[in-house]
Design a protein around this ligand. Structure first.
Ligand code: PEP
Ligand code: MG
Length: 310
């Protein structure tokens, strides 16, 4: 049975001046969902489907096994919103070696939604499994590693077509913004996407050309770099033009000072590791929107993050 948390940490987190901030959890396994609710998550903001399925190659996993895996997560969510991301993997992990590069260009080549569009039968299978699992649930589907509005409209049309084929309604489909091109063109992306979710892990590494797993350039990997913050602001503006919700689902949100910057930029929705939720809720409680705006403006124009000690 599904149980939801004690009242002290349920519902939206409120800033010092009473603005609701939606805190959600990134979850990879059904057995972790209950923990997320206990830690005060309002929803599951990012489920990385490739981690949910495990094993390789993922392209071979049947529609039925996929639908069961997605259902296992959704069953623990009652009517709460769950955002499942389609596979964000390489051809090797997908099991389509013919699309492997001779000289792999790590994370700049064939992966994420590109790979899904290059092998539509595999993406369609995943979308059918998601449509089936999402019946009667509050599911959203999200596409990773998007670089253009055209990709979003093609993937969304694919989702609609698969839902029609099954005679079932299609869940809303959103796009991750984790490549500078997607942030710069967010307004057009937002026309085709039901919602946007900013993946600051990748957005930081691509904006600063600093591989997040390369220790030699770790000192250059900085999510509060003004260039990254300016891109985030563009995403908010683009989403607003079309009345779309926008969240941040990268690690950045779990840092209290950076969470304040993001709130100051205008974000009201975050998804993070469930283990970070309590301290994020506390950080939200301690910040007012006016102070957060000052912190954000300073970060944008002076390049450093100052948190007032009140
Ligand atoms: C991101 O890039 O910020 C993100 C949330 O996705 P992942 O960490 O899975 O690349
Ligand atoms: Mg990413």
């Amino acid at each position: 049975s599904v149980t939801f948390p004690q009242p002290s940490i349920s519902g939206p987190a409120l800033t010092a001046d009473g603005t609701p901030i939606r805190l959600c959890a990134n979850v990879e396994r059904p057995e972790d969902v209950q923990f997320a609710w206990r830690e005060g998550a309002e929803a599951l903001g990012l489920v990385r489907s490739e981690l949910l399925l495990g094993g390789q190659p993922i392209g071979d996993v049947s529609e039925q096994i996929q639908a069961d895996a997605y259902r296992a997560i959704l069953e623990h969510a009652g009517d709460r919103e769950v955002t499942i991301r389609t596979f964000d993997i390489t051809p090797e992990e997908m099991g389509v070696p013919e699309l492997l590069d001779v000289e792999p260009r790590e994370r700049l080549g064939m992966r994420g939604l590109r790979l899904g569009l290059a092998r539509p039968e595999l993406l369609e299978r995943q979308l059918r499994a998601l449509v089936r699992a999402g019946q009667g649930r509050n599911l959203r589907v999200m596409f990773p590693f998007v670089t253009s509005a055209d990709e979003v409209s093609r993937a969304t049309a694919m989702l609609q077509a698969q839902a029609e084929r099954l005679g079932l309604p299609a869940p809303p489909a959103g796009a991750m913004v984790e490549v500078p091109a997607a942030a710069l063109d967010a307004e057009r992306l937002a026309r085709h996407a039901a919602f946007l979710s900013i993946g600051t892990n990748d957005l930081t590494q691509y904006t600063l050309a600093a591989d997040r797993s390369d220790v030699r350039v770790q000192h250059l990997y900085d999510p509060k770099h003004p260039a990254v913050l300016k891109l985030i602001r563009m995403v908010l503006r683009g989403a607003r033009r079309h009345g779309r919700r926008v969240a941040v689902c990268g690690e950045m949100a779990s840092d209290a000072a950076l969470l304040r910057v993001l709130i100051g930029l205008g974000l009201r929705e975050f998804s993070m590791a469930a283990t970070s939720l309590r301290q994020a809720r506390e950080a939200v409680r301690q910040c007012s929107i006016a102070d957060a705006r000052d912190t954000a403006l300073h970060a944008l124009y002076e390049g450093d993050v100052i948190v007032p000690t009140t």
